[in-house]
Design a protein around this ligand. Structure first.
Ligand code: ASN
Length: 707
């Protein structure tokens, strides 16, 4: 059965390759020993050339008794008729076609992504990066300028590749030269007006969040081009507004405009595109000066340096040197099995109050007046404020008692708030919440986010302010680290005579993904947990790009899939064939896992043509479980193949009543016409399939009655 299904798939894939003029795929099938038994030409002259010369006979008849010659005649494709007739009469060797007679290639059929591409949406909000000097000698933003200019820079756009490979609906994209065999395609969405980031407001964060949400499913990653002045605020705000994030969002900009000779913008932008396209770090990040920083940990600390941003309390998430080094263990991941969504209506009644020696009571009182709902109090050192001013502490306590949430953070660039001094403890006693090592930008936007949550009680809001929501504050780990697997790595290292930490780290990187995939294959959650505790990254992938989540989804281990999702493993990761865990679950026909993955925001990313072929195969072999799996994964069951036939046409023509029944019940219309103008009902009538005709007519009656 399996091999029969495989043959069927081979056949339909080679048909579609023929229909798309994709000679490379056809060649690959022939080389792999496929028997291209039959071929129906839709339009592609290139395929006809290739197939006839590969010995495929035009004489085979299809279900309706048509040969390839009949098809060519019906469609009046003169070149093809001439060629087929020539081949009928003449000797094959005489008609060998020169390369230059072959019409240009039309479009590559991307079955399982033989040439992997990632897509990135660039949201261009403004900032120095796209500015130009005006007549008065100052920088200002310029509309419709960035994209057209970037297109002329080979480092930012490979025009040759675009001409050869872009489909009609990809013409608005730019494409980078390849990176280790992968392509990053990107599209720029330019905001109007473009803003200097000093002019940005809370509603601008909302607009960015809406656009991220709207385009989330259609891109692998996102870059936000932004002015540097308020970038840390926007990055912090977006990190909270984006809930259950599973993809990379990178904010970047520059100190000197991108088209000036000494600009830092080119490196920053290219690095961001590569990171957003090729690395799944499901966080809001800032990319500057070859470093990737967690957005809500970053601050702009230098107005004049190319190294304008730092994250004082944690090391960079990644550094871009000769090698790109990602600290995978440090990546913050959501632990919820819910879909990505954005929360936009932030609370505006928040403020930052920096105390100073001699600050008056009136200033503090005025600041805490209604409608103020939340205040970030920037105190001295490790969180200290005067404890010998009872009036000052009383004002804070009163405000806190009537519901103003006050967070204590330090004025120092680095370090955190503690209650080890009497001066700090006094604030604590006055109801002020300890903000740990949060940056002012993170504390303020977190407050704005938490206070805007209408369904949370006051107690919950205070509780969430103390919690680490998006990696914005350091919490002390309670877990004991298991040494079990350090021992494993240690013993293999000894066996291999490896001694340096660097070598051992490499060994760990090589061993862990395979161990994790092996544990996922048997559904061994305990082993996965041990590997995680000993420093393993559950999202790491093996040599085939497969993660433990791919494997567990394919094998149907529901508890393991649940565990991995709770540990924040992204549902969007693709293996080296472009397959996601959801596609694996569909192929494995695991209904529960499909539901779980879809609930967590997974989408089927396969091309419509490939989907149609898989559905047609399933319909023709009455594989209802596969049809169900595709339906539950959110697939459109009405997609058409290269001949504009739906799975329903195929089900009718192959007499598979259960498939017909399922497809009709799941909204596939019998009225869709194939390339020859036949509906599914026409097919049934041609075949005299009375039972199927009755099924279709009954469905039609049901539909009419329900209106
Ligand atoms: N370098 C920059 O982008 C600064 C500019 N004023 C901005 O924030 O938009």
């Amino acid at each position: 059965m399996a091999s029969q299904l495989y043959r069927m798939q081979l056949q339909v894939f080679s048909f579609s390759a023929a229909a798309y003029g994709d000679l490379e795929t056809l060649q690959a099938y022939t080389t792999a020993g496929a028997n291209l038994m039959n071929a129906v030409d839709t339009e592609s002259e290139r395929s006809v050339h290739f197939l006839l010369h590969s010995g495929v006979s035009w004489m085979f008849e299809d279900l309706f008794g048509n040969t390839a010659l009949d098809c060519a005649r019906k469609r009046k494709v003169n070149d093809n008729i001439a060629m087929i007739e020539r081949l009928v009469t003449a000797d094959m060797t005489e008609t060998r076609i020169c390369e230059n007679q072959i019409p240009p290639k039309r479009r590559k059929l991307m079955t399982y992504e033989p040439e992997p591409r990632s897509t990135v949406l660039v949201i261009y909000t403004g900032g120095t990066i796209g500015m130009e000097t005006n007549d008065e000698g100052v920088y200002e933003t310029k509309e419709n300028f960035l994209v057209s200019k970037l297109k002329t820079l080979p480092l930012f756009h490979d025009e040759e590749y675009a001409v050869a490979h872009f489909a009609a609906d990809e013409k608005d994209f730019l494409v980078l030269p390849h990176q280790n065999g992968r392509r990053v395609m990107y599209k720029i969405m330019e905001y109007k007006p473009l803003l200097d980031s000093s002019n940005m407001m809370e509603n601008d964060w909302g607009k960015i969040a809406s656009d991220l949400f709207e385009h989330y499913d259609h891109y692998d990653g996102f870059v936000v081009l932004h002015g540097t002045d308020t970038m840390a605020y926007t990055a912090s705000a977006l990190s909270f507004m984006c809930e259950n994030l599973g993809k990379t969002i990178i904010l970047t900009g520059s100190q000197i405009p991108i088209f000036e000779v000494r600009s830092d913008g080119r490196d920053n932008f290219l690095s961001s595109l590569i990171m957003a396209g090729l690395y799944n770090i499901p966080e809001v990040l800032v990319c500057f000066d070859n470093k990737i920083l967690r957005g809500n940990r970053s601050i702009k600390n230098d107005a004049g340096s190319f190294s304008a941003f730092i994250s004082p309390n944690i090391p960079p998430i990644a550094t871009l040197e000769i090698r790109i080094n990602v600290d995978w263990a440090a990546v913050f991941r959501t632990t919820k099995t819910e879909k990505f969504r954005v929360h936009k209506n932030m609370c505006l009644n928040v403020g930052l109050l920096r105390i100073f020696p001699g600050i008056t009571l009136q200033t503090v009182k005025a600041f805490l007046q209604p409608p103020m709902q939340g205040v970030v109090l920037q105190t001295y050192g490790a969180g200290n404020a005067p404890d010998d001013r009872p009036d000052f502490l009383k004002v804070l306590k009163e405000a806190s008692d009537i519901g103003v949430v006050i967070i204590n953070i330090t004025q120092c660039t680095k370090g955190c708030v503690m209650t080890s001094y009497a001066t700090g403890k006094a604030l604590n006693d006055a109801g002020v919440i300890c903000g740990g090592d949060m940056t002012p930008e993170a504390a303020l936007t977190k407050l704005s986010y938490v206070l805007s949550k209408e369904t949370w009680s006051m107690e919950e809001k205070r509780k969430f302010m103390k919690r680490n929501l998006r990696g914005e504050m350091t919490v002390v780990a309670k877990e004991d680290i298991s040494i079990l697997d350090f021992e494993l790595i240690e013993s293999v290292a000894q066996e291999l005579r490896l001694s340096s930490t660097e070598e051992k780290k490499k060994l760990q990187d090589a061993l862990y993904p395979s161990l994790m995939c092996a544990a996922a294959k048997t559904g061994d959650n305990d082993a996965l947990e041990i590997l995680r505790r000993s420093g393993g990254n559950l999202s790491s992938h093996n040599y085939d790009g497969r993660t433990a989540l791919h494997v567990a989804s394919k094998e149907g281990h529901v508890p393991t899939v649940k565990y991995l999702l709770q540990q924040g493993v992204s549902v969007h990761l693709k293996d080296c064939n472009g397959i996601t865990p959801l596609h694996d679950a569909v192929m494995g026909k695991h209904q529960d896992i499909i539901t779980l993955l879809v609930q967590t925001g997974a989408k089927l990313t396969i091309k419509p043509i490939v989907l149609s072929l898989e559905l047609c195969c399933a319909a023709a072999s009455e594989d209802i479980e596969t049809l169900q799996a595709y339906r539950d994964a959110g697939a459109n069951l009405s997609v058409c193949d290269y001949d504009k036939r739906t799975a329903l046409h195929v089900a009718v023509d192959s007499g598979c009543k259960r498939s017909v029944h399922f497809l009709l019940d799941n909204g596939v219309s019998w009225k869709m016409e194939d390339i020859s103008g036949n509906t599914a009902l026409d097919c049934a009538k041609k075949r005299n399939a009375t039972e199927i005709i009755e099924m279709i007519e009954q469905k039609e009656r049901q539909l009419k009655n329900s209106i």
